[in-house]
Design a protein around this ligand. Structure first.
Ligand code: UGA
Length: 439
């Protein structure tokens, strides 16, 4: 078993660290945030992720995982250091690599024995060559340090499962030594490993995420066309899904992809292509479709209603998908300001994302409209003139067509996640608009 350090305790770093501990390695997670470290030591996860807190507590009590801000003490004798810090998008679409650079320099100044540095963060192709050079330039001790690429494929909401039962582990190395060490670290997971060179590993991450983003945008494009020609996108997706070459996942049309990954990684790959004198037309199209799709519901509702001014608007779901409190690139963030600008009185419900949303849109400061955060769906729907569904939380799916009819002043529903059966909604007297289906 290895002594592993993990730099960064966000989704990627923390989940990786906990899962390494779970399979028997000895793990130290490093973060610059003292409060966060204290929180994790007390067994509390700084992120909302199913099953994570249990594993944190179990492994902390067993002494297989620890958390610290003191990177030097951890890096100096680690067998491998995994970097899982953020690579946020910059205004031009490129990835900000400053956090990676900081960690690389700290590693160079701390290591005292041969060590494999493994980059899990999503980085532009070729970055890890530079990280290795950067570490060599600042290296203080006379030891071997090599850099490997090991992109992460977990999805928020199912992060622990996606790591412990991953469909594949991608490792990108430039030497037998690095390849063997990383293979050994992953051996206890008993999962398929694809070993390639560093640049291909970096590319696999972007190519995978962008393919999925493209798949969603394609279905959203088809959905918009379905509406115009009288077809139903869910039936179309079902028919397509029986073809094993297409598969049955990621065919759900809706209000566009959000989150911290697809929006960022599509723009980053487009940027990388541009830097290399190539126009990545397919990915660019996916980005364009997604940008338009996010406000599709609002546009539909605007055509149907004269104004939102003074209307009670129920908003169900704020996060970019269920199972997370993350709001990054969520469609709600685009639609709510438009509604507020129009003078709507919004009653918003989200089982875990409301507190984060309130930081962006506090209850007391909203220009023309108002926003109130409520703790149950019924409260949001009571007396509402119109309802928008942005996230398919279980609590939202549990609302029956009859509930809308009974609770709302005008049973007018705009569903961005195609939760309900169109006919069923019509039967109970709800005016129901969704994506890619006939009203
Ligand atoms: C995504 C990938 O699924 C992971 O494999 C990857 O590791 C991760 O990015 C990353 O790069 O870190 P995530 O962003 O957590 O994971 O969430 P997804 O479940 O992929 O959903 C992304 C967005 O696509 C959500 O807004 C979701 O509602 C939307 N989506 C997904 C659709 O609109 N339709 C679908 O059929 C599927």
């Amino acid at each position: 078993m290895y002594k592993i350090a993990v730099a960064g305790t966000g989704y990627v770093g923390l989940v990786a660290g906990v899962c390494f501990a779970e399979v028997g390695h000895h793990v130290s997670c490093v973060d610059i945030d003292e409060d966060k470290v204290k929180l994790m030591k007390s067994g509390i996860s700084p992120i909302f992720e199913t099953g994570l807190e249990d594993l944190m507590q179990k492994n902390y009590n067993a002494g297989t995982i620890d958390y610290t801000t003191d990177y030097k003490s951890v890096y100096k004798d680690a067998d491998a250091i995994f970097i899982g810090v953020g690579t946020p998008e910059q205004p031009d679409g490129s990835a900000n690599l400053s956090y990676i650079a900081t960690v690389a320099r700290q590693i160079a100044e701390s290591v005292e024995k041969d060590c494999l540095v493994v980059v899990k963060s999503t980085v532009p192709v070729g970055t890890n060559d530079k990280v290795e050079q950067f570490i060599q330039d600042f290296l203080v001790s006379d030891v071997k340090v090599e850099v490997a690429s090991n992109p992460e494929f977990l999805a928020q909401g199912s992060a622990v499962h996606d790591t412990l039962q991953a469909e594949r582990i991608i490792i990108g190395t430039e030497s037998k030594w690095a390849e063997e060490r990383l293979m050994k670290i992953y051996e206890p997971f008993k999962l398929p490993i694809v070993s390639v060179n560093r640049r291909s590993a970096e590319m696999i991450k972007y190519a995978s995420n962008d393919f999925l983003a493209l798949k969603i945008s394609y279905m959203n494009d088809i959905a918009n066309l379905c509406e115009l020609v009288g077809a139903d996108v869910q039936d179309v997706a079902k028919g397509m899904s029986y073809d094993a070459r297409i598969g049955n996942k990621f065919l759900n049309a809706g209000i566009g992809y959000g989150g911290s990954c697809f929006p960022k990684d599509t723009k980053a790959l487009e940027y990388i292509a541009k830097q290399n004198g190539y126009e990545l037309k397919t990915v660019k199209a996916a980005i364009d479709v997604n940008n338009k799709q996010k406000t599709m519901l609002y546009k539909k509702a605007s055509k149907r209603l004269i104004t939102f001014n003074g209307l009670k608007v129920a908003v169900l779901g704020l996060t970019f998908k269920p199972g997370t409190d993350d709001l990054r690139e969520a469609a709600s963030l685009e639609n709510v300001p438009l509604l507020l600008e129009q003078g709507a009185d919004i009653y918003a419900y989200d089982p875990v994302g409301a507190a984060n949303f309130a930081k962006v849109h506090p209850e007391d400061k909203n220009g023309k409209g108002t926003i109130t955060y409520v703790s149950n769906v019924e409260h949001a729907l009571e007396d509402a003139n119109v309802c928008f569904i942005f996230t398919e939380w279980g609590e939202v799916k549990a609302v029956t067509p009859e509930n809308y009819k009974k609770l709302m002043r005008t049973p007018l529903v705009y569903d961005g996640r195609n939760i309900y059966d169109v006919e069923q909604m019509q039967e109970v007297g709800v005016e129901y608009h969704s994506i890619g289906r006939q009203p």
